[in-house]
Structures are given as structure tokens and as C-alpha cells.
Ligand binder design. Structure first.
Ligand code: UGA
Length: 447
């Protein structure tokens, strides 16, 4: 099929465009950013995703993909117009729809025959219907017909190509049979169940999924704190929970809180538009609140380990919001660094992939070139991202380099027993800290 992807060099647009081209569709990726379009024409990818570069080469070899800034031509030539522009969070937490409506205006100007417009960007419930009215009002050629549909994406950074090529489900929200049929046809070559529904439900499915994942993370982070207070062990608790098939084990790893460009943005947006629709959003608000608490709790742990806060060196390991990506948007590590900037500690940060930040760093914070230099003479090491390099670091050598051997492992990636045997003071998230013998006193407080 002939497909145009608007926002075609962005994260979702690019993976979608290249993925659909790999399924033998004729794809035109459109972007107003000419520099990125030029780079794509020279095979320079703006993002790193495993397998993407090979798929692109193959698609180009088969003449299945083109990159351009000429949106009018791309719309005119294609039957399916996928809109995958960013809907980032604005100041009050709403999704910023300005790029979306700019794209819709150009589409309305360019429609020359029947088109299916597919909104892939994450948008509040009702947006597709609003888009339909907007395009109708702005249509240059009033004889042309079109449908606006919803087709949310479920790609995870770091495994986006796999998620696109082997999806667990495809959700199509369409209020017209003609559009539903065309979109179903677009995905016939994918081996995945297709859920056909109305546009509003489809829009909400995306929010429900991301917010549910965030809820599980906040839930387990809260249980981990209860473990710390009651001296239970989060790993055992999770092991017991996930054996229940109704619960399962995904998104139950405690940590510094969820980060990245999507989960908290989508919760805030859902809270706002649901509240405007008079829905009660108490649960969603507390999911966000717990997430913010995680960083405060980690900072409290640092404060009790590094007293005095003068002439002490704190090493932060990890900058990206999770392993496998160089994305630092809403990264818990950055939130922590911002708090540490207000202390008198010298902070050295190391990440195997992120080598610099666009923000100006406060004078007490610097980026180390290697793990070794980050831990050298350190008084407290804080693991913020679950990179393999940190999982497999030589703990004996780290112990010998540090001035005070303290590890705060916010991802629970190290074996606490091994670390303790080497001589570290090891603090995880929800990990037991009291020995069996010293628990008697504790019992009096909690029962
Ligand atoms: C998320 C969703 O998982 C995707 O399905 C969705 O398509 C995407 O947002 C989106 O809306 O575009 P992503 O932002 O790539 O994907 O990140 P996740 O892998 O879901 O992780 C989010 C955050 O939760 C990370 O900071 C991660 O470290 C944290 N996390 C995840 C935990 O703290 N514990 C867990 O058990 C799992």
C-alpha cells in the first residue's frame, strides 16, 4: 500500500516507516526538519535501535522508502497518511497538540482523493474526532473524502524494531468501515491479533496501557519501601507474587521510579483530560506522587551515608532513563543530579553511552570518562541505570578504589551478599538490612 508518515524521522515515525517498508509497502517519510531528511537520505539515523539500520538498507535497496520535506506530494501520492508527530507535555501537563494540528492543516491542504488519516501520536480521547472536524473545516478540495482513525503504538525504546515487527497486538480505532478495512489490510502481513474498535476507545487504550505499567512500578516501589521499614525482602516478595499467573512478573522491578518521555507525560495528560471530563483520578495522582517520592527517598539514603556533605565525593552511575538507550528525558538520574547540585558534595557521573548533557552542569558536578575514574576516591556510589557494565563491574577493584565503600544500588542489580562479603556497605531498594539476630528490637516497633 502507499503510505506517507508525517513526523517520519522522529522516533515512532521512523520505526513505523521503515517497518512498513520492510512489509513491502511504498513508504514516504516526511519531516519538516530538512537536516534530518538529508541525513536519512545519506543513511545517517538520528536514533540508535537494534536492527533499524539493516532494515533501512534493505528497504532502500528495494525502493520501498523515501525521505522528503515535501508533505503535499507525499499526501497526494499516498492512500494512508500516518501522523506520528510528538505530543510532548506542555507546562500544565497537557499533551501539546500544536505539531499535530500543524500537520493536519497541511494534510487538509493537500488531500486530492480519498485518504485514511491515521493518528499514531498519543492523543487525548476525542482528538481524532476533533481532527476530523478540523480537516473538514480546512479542506482545500471540498469534493474529497477522508476518514481519521486511531492506531496507537506500543514501541519501547531499545527494542522498538522488535516491538514493531512482532507486535503483541495491533489496535485500530475507526468509526468508518472503509477506513477499518484499509487499515486492517495494511497490517495483514503482521502475525498479531488485530483489535478493531471505535476511535475513542482506541485513544484510551494507549493511555490505559502506559498508566497501568506506571501503576505497577509505583506499586512495587511502595511495597519495596514497606520491605525496608519492616525488614522483609523485595526479591522474595516479587518471587512469590509473580508465581501467581494473574499477576506475572513484568514491570515489577523496583527502582528509582519510571522515567523516559512517555509514562509520566501520559499519566499527567490522562489526569488532566479525565478530570476535565469529571472522572475521579485519585489513583493516577498517587502513582505520580509515589514516583516523585522515589528520588526523595534515594536522596535521604545518600544523606544518611554521606554525612557532613563537605569534601565528599559521590559517584552517580547511569544517566539514561533505562539501559539500552541514550535517552535522558525525565531520567531519574537527572532528577537526582539536580538535587545533588544543591549539596556541597563533589559529584562525578558516568554513563557508558551518554557522554554529555545539553544542560549546563552546576560547578560541583562533572561527567567522568570511565567507570574507573568515576569511582576513584569515592565516598558513595549510586547505581541509577541498570547497564550491563555496572552489573558486571569488578567489585573488588571498585572496593579498592573507593575512599568509603558504600553502594546505593537503586536497580538492585548487584548481589547484596557478594557486595557485603567484599566489605561494602550495600543498600538496595527493599533489600533486608538487619541480620536475623538484630530483628527482635525491630519487631516491637512494627507489631
Ligand atoms: C513505554 C511503554 O513501555 C511502551 O509500551 C510505549 O509504547 C512507550 O512508553 C511509549 O508510549 O512510546 P519506554 O518509555 O520505552 O516505553 O520505557 P519502558 O521500557 O516502559 O520503561 C519506562 C520506565 O520504567 C523506565 O524508566 C524503566 O527503568 C522503568 N521501569 C520499568 C521500572 O522502574 N521498573 C520496571 O519493572 C519496568
Amino acid at each position: 500500500m502507499k503510505v506517507a508518515v508525517i513526523g517520519g524521522t522522529g522516533y515512532v515515525g521512523l520505526v513505523t516507516g521503515i517497518g512498513l517498508a520492510a512489509h513491502q509497502n511504498d513508504v514516504i517519510c516526511v519531516d519538516i526538519d530538512r537536516r534530518k531528511v538529508n541525513e536519512m537520505n545519506n543513511n545517517i539515523l538520528p536514533i540508535h535501535e537494534e536492527g533499524l539500520s539493516n532494515l533501512l538498507k534493505e528497504a532502500k535497496k528495494n525502493n520501498k522508502i523515501r525521505f522528503t520535506s515535501r508533505i503535499k506530494d507525499a499526501v497526494a501520492e499516498s492512500t494512508i497518511i500516518i501522523v506520528a508527530v510528538g505530543t510532548l507535555e506542555n507546562k500544565n501537563g497537557d499533551a501539546d497538540m500544536s505539531y499535530l494540528f500543524k500537520a493536519l492543516k497541511t494534510i487538509a491542504d493537500s488531500i486530492n482523493e480519498y485518504k485514511v488519516i491515521v493518528i499514531k501520536s498519543t492523543v487525548p480521547v476525542g482528538t481524532c474526532e476533533m481532527a476530523e472536524l478540523f480537516i473538514r473545516d480546512n479542506l482545500r478540495n471540498h469534493l474529497c473524502t477522508f476518514d481519521v482513525t486511531s492506531n496507537p503504538e506500543f514501541l519501547k525504546e531499545g527494542s522498538a524494531v522488535k516491538d514493531f515487527m512482532f507486535p503483541e497486538r495491533i489496535v485500530i480505532g475507526a468509526n468508518s468501515e472503509k477506513a477499518a478495512k484499509l487499515l486492517t489490510e495494511l497490517y495483514t502481513t503482521f502475525d498479531a491479533p488485530v483489535l478493531l474498535t471505535d476511535v475513542r476507545s482506541s485513544e484510551l487504550i494507549k493511555y490505559a496501557c502506559n498508566c497501568y505499567l506506571a501503576t505497577r512500578i509505583s506499586f512495587i516501589n511502595e511495597i519495596a519501601e514497606i520491605c525496608e521499614r519492616t525488614n522483609a525482602d523485595i526479591n522474595s516478595v516479587i518471587a512469590g507474587m509473580k508465581l501467581d499467573k494473574r499477576i506475572g512478573g513484568a514491570y515489577l522491578s523496583p527502582g528509582p521510579g519510571f522515567g523516559g518521555p512517555c509514562l509520566s507525560k501520559d499519566i499527567k495528560s490522562l489526569i488532566n483530560f479525565a478530570a476535565r471530563a469529571d472522572a475521579n483520578v485519585g489513583l493516577l495522582k498517587s502513582v505520580l506522587y509515589r514516583n516523585e517520592l522515589q528520588i526523595t527517598n534515594i536522596f535521604s539514603k545518600i544523606c544518611s551515608e554521606v554525612p557532613g556533605s563537605i569534601n565528599k565525593k559521590v559517584s552517580v552511575l547511569g544517566l539514561s532513563f533505562k539501559a539500552g538507550t541514550n535517552d535522558t528525558r525525565n531520567s531519574p538520574a537527572l532528577s537526582l543530579i539536580k538535587i545533588l547540585a544543591g549539596t556541597k558534595n563533589k559529584v562525578e557521573v558516568y554513563d557508558p553511552v551518554v557522554k554529555g548533557l545539553e544542560i549546563r552542569l552546576p560547578s560541583n558536578i562533572s561527567i567522568a570518562g570511565s567507570l574507573d575514574s568515576a569511582v576513584e576516591e569515592s565516598d558513595c556510589l549510586i547505581i541509577m541505570t541498570e547497564w550491563d557494565e555496572f552489573k558486571s563491574m569488578d567489585l573488588v577493584s571498585v572496593y579498592n578504589k573507593m575512599r568509603t565503600p558504600v553502594i546505593i544500588d537503586t536497580r538492585n542489580i548487584l548481589q547484596d551478599r557478594t557486595a557485603k562479603e567484599i566489605g561494602f556497605r550495600y543498600i538496595g531498594i527493599g533489600i533486608q538490612s538487619l541480620s536475623y539476630e538484630s530483628r527482635e528490637e525491630e519487631l516491637k516497633c512494627i507489631i
